[in-house]
Ligand binder design. Structure first.
Ligand code: AMP
Ligand code: MG
Length: 403
């Protein structure tokens, strides 16, 4: 069994994860999905030069001398609403009443806003000058025909959905969401509806992993709890292979009843059993059974949580075709000095705060693989690099943002 760095382990894992197929869905259902095609504009938006204001389209040279005291009088020859083409051409001394979004009439080269005018029947008094092209929006200023407006691999946000509609797309190809089986292991683990007493605990990992899978974009399939028994484990793992990925928790350490490893060794292809140079979450199993990727995460709740975020989330996102696989990080100023032994990278449950433009991070006082409460009160994972033993208060550190 080899000791391996977090980044190295992640790279090996991602190298063995394949991007899944796509599906075509309504843009209304695409929020939060991963875009599986480039979105290309088929026409300019706006389609033609148009007015940015309600006012009058005119010739800038006509009103060069206009002031509130000495307004310039122009003949109004047409009323133009958005959605209609102008019927006339503006000539010197003339103006067209124009609404926001209406096409700029031929002959005119500026729009004066209504607030700088006074209408009098068929004429208008203009009380201010205008630059050539003032209040005119250029054709294609938003998007140009042929332009790629959203790139394949994007996490679809509301503004993306707006842009898809701008370019006329009602449906879009997105990455298929993988179904991910969750298998908890341990004789001491009980499900929430089971009677509980003595040394037993609830299957918190199962429910937490289910939520993590959902938040990564996958579809969780909860398979309950396997006993610390090779036969039961192998049966349940076999059952789990109906999914696109399998995640188990517990049983990958060196204890007498850590039988997940033994079971996977018998069933799996290219199973890797690592000691990852990280804390929490040192033991990790990864491999494939019948080509389905399988993760054996450690059982301690914080270890399971952190290991998922480092290895499983990026894998689910790769399967869906995402460009950004890992959590985004921020640089934040450490609020207190922290210590550890060098040799393993530590992930500390921590709180990032923004105050008066400064970004600070406070690691939870208690850190432990069984202290889930610290994670509950945290919005990020502070990275305490492998080689360091101390980081002084006030130092800029890297934090993975969980929200
Ligand atoms: P293991 O990796 O199986 O040795 O488990 C390590 C620790 O995590 C033990 O204290 C287990 O009781 C605990 N644990 C394992 N599985 C779960 C689970 N599904 N939910 C909560 N705690 C668990
Ligand atoms: Mg166990």
């Amino acid at each position: 069994m080899s000791l391996i760095k977090v980044d190295e382990a992640r790279e090996i894992i991602l190298g063995k994860i394949e991007v899944q197929g796509t599906e075509k869905i309504s843009i209304n259902d695409s929020l939060g999905r991963i875009l599986a095609e480039d979105i290309v504009a088929r026409r300019n938006n706006p389609p033609m030069d148009n007015s940015a204001m309600d006012g009058y389209a005119l010739i800038a040279a006509d009103i060069e001398s206009a002031t509130p005291e000495n307004p310039v009088k122009l003949d109004v020859i047409e009323d133009l609403a958005a959605g209609y083409n102008p019927e006339t051409t503006v000539k010197p001394g003339q103006a067209i009443r124009i609404m926001t979004g209406a096409p700029i009439p031929e002959g005119s080269d500026a729009v004066i806003m209504q607030e700088d005018t006074e209408r009098n029947g068929n004429s208008v008094l203009v009380k201010d000058r205008a630059d050539v092209r003032e209040n005119i929006r250029d054709a294609g200023e938003d998007v140009r025909e042929g332009e790629t407006v959203i790139h394949k691999g994007a996490d679809i946000r509301p503004s993306h959905i707006g842009m898809m509609a701008v370019v006329g797309r009602s449906t879009v190809f997105v990455g298929r969401r993988p179904r991910v089986a969750i298998l908890s292991t341990g004789d001491e683990i009980k499900d929430l509806d089971e009677p509980i007493s003595g040394p037993c605990i609830y299957n918190s990992n199962g429910y937490m992993l289910s939520a993590q899978i959902k938040s990564a974009g996958g579809i969780p399939s909860y398979l309950g709890i396997a006993r610390d028994d090779e036969k039961d484990l192998m049966e349940k793992f076999k059952w789990a292979l109906q999914c696109d990925m399998v995640v188990s928790s517990g049983g990958v350490s060196v204890g007498d009843y850590d039988l997940v490893k033994a079971s996977l060794k018998k069933m799996g292809q290219e199973m890797l059993f690592w000691k990852v140079a990280m804390k929490p979450g040192k033991p990790l199993a990864f491999g494939r059974i019948d080509d389905i990727p399988i993760f054996g995460l450690p059982g301690n709740p914080v270890s399971s949580f952190v290991s998922f975020e480092q290895f499983v989330r990026p894998s689910i996102r790769k399967m869906m075709g995402a460009t950004q696989l890992t959590h985004r990080t921020v640089q934040a100023k450490l609020t207190r000095t922290i210590h550890k032994k060098a040799g393993r990278l530590h992930f500390l449950s921590a709180n990032v705060q923004w105050e008066n433009g400064a970004c600070t991070v406070s690691p939870a006082q208690e850190q432990g693989s069984g202290i889930l409460k610290s994670a509950v009160n945290a919005n990020g994972l502070l990275i305490f690099p492998l080689e360091l033993a101390e980081i002084a208060e006030g130092t800029q550190v890297t934090v993975q943002m969980l929200e």
